[in-house]
Design a protein around this ligand. Structure first.
Ligand SMILES: *Cc1c(COP(=O)(O)O)cnc(C)c1O
Length: 410
């Protein structure tokens, strides 16, 4: 234990990102390991939201085109700032919609109904529902047109056969924390003539991406997880430049070229680039906190964020192996195969997660038997990782997790 304590102290002393902690609002006695599900608020997010409210108060209708950050091109401006986080050209990214809506949009725009859709068998529920309802709208039956595959590189590559229409894959699997080899799978998809869409919900803001370089067709994500932009914050999507000639599958006036917003023309004249995939009026107040938190990532640099994330999860894993060996870490151990959270198997994971919250360690539970702990590079310290592991030990030893009531806990 002393050795782990010394190690934590050394790592914290050498941590170049330690100063970012003060920018977040977090209670002193709580170890928040759920930033992969809902990131906490930062001063930067609050200030940015306040500025948006002030600009509404000051400018009213003119706010669309006046003030320090006119709302009309807000999605493009934030898209350009998101682009480095996903490894894309500025015009390939737009801040809009939600994960769910953006998946619908990319399906409607890129899927040609020319073969089955391949989906990760452990996919987040909304991805499955979106695809099923999309197929239904097209009059295609899910039994035939939706194929499931285990989220494993070899299995996915084997399933990417000629005649597959499109694949929807997670960068990081939300349950296990496994990071898929996106470049390898994008190449495999291209070889089989399959379009590929990446769900980046669990990786944006915690690791770098290279969407343009690998030539992915599209990608989509939310901003309330690692990006810490607040509950229901505006999401984002990526459309590869080779698809800039495609008409939006789900059309709305905000996807029109801005000069043509009120043109008398009956047909839509799409905006250039990914901006054409917007639908209705942009959610100015839901994007404002994101404009604030992006500053944190720009200052820290995503490579440094990734390096610290790997160090944090590696250290937490080590502490848990020493203090709570009855938890089985199922997240791959290799750096290039894991995302930002640690998934631990325990038969009473749900109750364990609840008892831990009562002890000030906020992680979460995913059925049937996973406890997820996610140290965040911008606000978690190595000392907190060790302290969290000690509280896990204490809960297990006292048997507290056997006495916790059932109930819905996010
Ligand atoms: C969080 C998450 C979503 C959520 O979708 P919303 O439309 O933002 O509610 C979707 N997919 C994955 C993989 C997620 O982790």
């Amino acid at each position: 234990l002393t050795e782990l304590q010394n190690q934590a102290a050394r790592l914290d002393a050498a941590d170049a990102l330690a100063g970012f902690r003060a920018r977040f609002v977090l209670p002193e006695d709580t170890i928040y390991l759920d930033g992969n599900s809902l990131g906490p608020v930062s001063m930067d997010a609050k200030a940015s939201l306040e500025r948006a409210l002030n600009s509404w108060e000051t400018h009213r209708i003119e706010g669309w085109i006046e003030g320090e950050a006119p709302w009309l091109f807000l999605p493009e401006r934030i898209g350009a700032r998101l682009a480095p986080l996903v490894g894309a050209r500025a015009d390939e990214v737009i801040a809009t919609g939600s994960t769910t809506l953006n998946l619908h949009q990319l399906l409607a725009t890129l899927y040609e109904g020319n073969g089955p859709i391949l989906l990760d068998a452990n996919s987040f529920p909304t991805d499955r529902y979106a695809i099923q309802s999309h197929l239904k709208l097209r009059g295609l039956d899910s039994e035939t047109y939706l194929r499931f595959v285990e989220p494993d590189e070899d299995a996915i590559e084997l399933s990417l056969i000629q005649g597959t229409g499109l694949a929807v894959l997670p960068s990081v699997v939300y349950t296990s924390g496994r990071l898929l080899d996106m470049a390898r799978l994008t190449r495999a998809a291209q070889r089989s003539g399959t379009k590929v869409l990446w769900d980046l919900s669990h990786s944006i803001g915690v690791l770098p991406h290279a969407l343009s370089e690998m030539g992915a067709d599209g990608a989509f994500w939310c901003s309330y997880k690692w990006l810490s932009a607040g509950p229901g914050a505006g999401g984002g999507l990526y459309l590869n430049a080779r698809h800039f000639d495609k008409a939006p599958g789900i059309a709305g006036w905000f996807g029109a070229a801005k000069e043509a917003l009120f043109s008398g023309s009956h047909g839509l004249i799409p905006a250039p680039g990914a901006a054409r995939l917007q639908t209705g009026t942009t959610h100015v107040l839901s994007l404002a906190p994101l404009a604030g938190t992006l500053t944190l990532f720009e200052e820290a640099g995503i490579e440094a964020v990734r390096a610290k994330s790997l160090a944090l999860t590696g250290f937490l894993r080590e502490c848990l192996a020493a203090l709570a060996p009855e938890l089985e870490a199922i997240t791959p151990i290799e750096d290039n195969r894991r995302g930002g959270h640690l998934a631990l198997r325990h038969p009473q994971a749900a109750a364990l997660s609840r008892s831990l919250r009562a002890q000030g360690v906020v992680g979460d539970h995913r059925p049937p038997d996973l406890l997820r702990l996610a140290p965040a590079p911008l606000f978690t310290s190595f000392a907190e990782c060790l302290e969290a592991a000690r509280r896990v030990r204490a809960v297990l030893e006292a048997g507290l997790h056997r006495e916790t009531a059932e109930g819905l806990v996010p």
